[in-house]
Write a protein of this length. Sequence first.
Length: 95
Amino acid sequence: MAGQVDPLTPALQQFARALSPTTADYEKRINLINRVRNCLSGHPKINRLEVIPYGSFISGFYNSASDLDIAVCGLMDAYSLPSRARAEIFKGQPE
């Protein structure tokens, strides 16, 4: 069997290439992360803003058709929110 290629090998290589991001795929996602960060960083009520990618972008298994998972985290004074929003957040718990 020496010298023979497993028939599954080309299919797996093609699959790996399909899941490999291009430079353009990477740059498009970095650009979007930066645009979200820049858009929200000017908000006067949000402190310590972080836009954190996760999922396939971090693992490197994405392509041009993949979505982009991001978490948007920051601190906001709860008392600056409308009372209905505070009621939903605290759900009857003491503020």
